[in-house]
Design a binder for this molecule. Structure first.
Ligand SMILES: [Cu+2]
Length: 118
């Protein structure tokens, strides 16, 4: 008899979480980020991809400056600009490397989702 009760309790808990998340879009996004950041984020803000060359790496501010080619998705011409990164994303990369990368452009800032050496 104990197991069905626990299952019912878990279900209720799950349902109340779902209801709360729907009331609060911010919380829902947090949950989605934890579940599968790349796939879910791309539904919110489409990520763009480009290729470029690393011009500078700022390990304190966690930015990488890239001279990148055109970005069709955003109608950007080729340019050199800084992108925000997460700690660890620039491991094994150095100035001068040619890279392919995906990024999110939100609120005037560009954030690397994925970056790899070509
Ligand atoms: Cu740019």
């Amino acid at each position: 008899m104990k197991k069905p009760l626990i299952a019912a309790g878990t279900l209720l808990l799950a349902l109340s979480f779902a209801a709360t998340a729907e009331d609060m879009p911010g919380m829902k996004m947090d949950g989605m980020d934890m579940d599968g950041m790349n796939a879910e984020s791309s539904k919110i803000t489409p990520s763009a991809s480009a290729e470029g060359t690393i011009k500078a790496i700022d390990t304190e501010r966690h930015t990488v400056t890239l001279a990148h080619g055109p970005v069709a998705a955003l109608q950007w011409p080729p340019m050199t600009m800084a992108f925000k990164t997460e700690p660890g994303q620039l491991e094994n990369l150095q100035v001068g490397d040619k890279v392919a990368f995906e990024f999110l452009y939100e609120g005037g800032a560009s954030k690397i989702v994925n970056i790899r050496k070509q």
